[in-house]
Design a protein around this ligand. Structure first.
Ligand SMILES: O=CC(=O)O
Length: 334
């Protein structure tokens, strides 16, 4: 039996990364494109190819069922995403399976998506499209938006992505504040003004016209942006929310109520709950909600870089070497 590690790569990974994977010193098994096989079929294929030492690519969720299918020799799971809330980390930890992800290289792409959503939300993108398509361009038919200049923006989570959002929004002339577990050691943003730390999301909402959610999903951020916070925005006159973090950080039912009743003026969401959002979901029918299908990183350059980092992590992990971006599993072990 060969001593080369066996890597299973679910279909759908960017071709440049699959080529890279094929060049490494492992036995590589490429799964069918995700739209061509059911999860049960993919799991069966994995089982038939045991032992698997590396699971490299995107599969959602990665839980005990997947880990069992890979078999007891699994050494590494590597995902082409920064987030790993689709992966059962305690299950990996209890089996001493390492986890790689793809942080940092996507920050600018998500921050660009944030700017897109901020502007589209403020300028009432859906209403504009409706007027455009109706052929009635008369003044009374076109919805007026709001200036981004001078807007008070509160960023929830000044991590790698949040900071890049701040860098890009500050030059528009907005006032940027943020909250996080603790102040982040950055004082100014591109010389456009200070970046003020505010202790706690409640106080941040009081000082903000718009909240930008850029944090990850964990027990303390789940549902953090609910009705109480949303009602505080813009001095109670109906503010805006943009979410490029994770859907469940925002209480979506409260947001929908706010958008319908007017105590939230508009929302720009790249992430929702659940995903994919069912096509008949109420959010999709609201003119004041600008929605994207969780594609903040969807550029050729960024997706290629993420996939290459995923492969690099997977190869290194399968060979028992140092991985470029490994999650510290110590805090997940029981
Ligand atoms: O949401 C995107 C990611 O986690 O990479």
């Amino acid at each position: 039996m060969s001593t080369k590690p066996r890597i299973f790569c679910p279909g759908g990974l960017r071709p440049v990364a699959v080529e890279q994977l094929a060049r490494n010193d492992s036995i590589v098994l490429i799964g069918p494109p995700p739209e061509k096989a059911s999860r049960a079929e993919i799991l069966q294929l994995i089982r038939e190819n045991q032992p698997i030492h590396g699971l490299v690519g995107y599969l959602n969720p990665v839980n005990d069922e997947v880990l069992d299918a890979c078999g007891p020799e699994l050494k590494v799971v590597s995902t082409p995403s920064v987030g790993f809330d689709h992966i059962s980390v305690p299950s990996l930890a209890s089996r001493s399976v390492r986890l790689g992800h793809s942080p940092s290289i996507l920050n600018h792409a998500v921050a660009e998506t944030c700017v897109l959503l901020v502007l589209a939300t403020l300028r009432k993108w859906n209403g504009m499209q409706k007027a455009l398509k109706s052929g009635d361009w008369s003044v009374n038919h076109i919805p007026l938006g709001n200036d981004l200049r001078h807007l008070n923006i509160g960023i929830i989570g000044l991590g790698r992505v949040g900071l890049e959002c701040a860098y890009r929004l500050a030059p528009f002339g907005c006032v940027i504040r943020y909250t996080d577990i603790r102040p982040v050691p950055v004082a100014t943003v591109t010389g456009q003004g200070s970046l003020e730390y505010v202790p706690g999301a409640d106080l941040l909402a009081e000082k903000s016209d718009m909240l930008v959610v850029a944090c990850d999903l964990n027990a303390s951020t789940r549902g953090m942006v609910g009705e109480r916070l949303l009602r505080k925005l813009r001095g109670g006159k109906g503010g805006w929310v943009v979410n490029v973090g994770r859907g469940p950080v925002v209480d979506q039912d409260a947001l929908v109520r706010g958008l319908k009743e007017g105590w939230v003026q508009g929302a720009g969401l790249d992430v929702m709950d659940p995903e994919p959002l069912p096509p008949n979901h109420e959010l999709l029918s609201l003119e004041n909600a600008v929605l994207l299908p969780h594609q903040g990183t969807a550029t050729v350059e960024t997706r290629d870089s993420m996939a290459l980092m995923c492969v690099e992590n997977g190869i290194k992990g399968a060979h028992g070497q140092l991985m470029p971006a490994e999650i510290d599993m110590a805090r997940y072990r029981k």
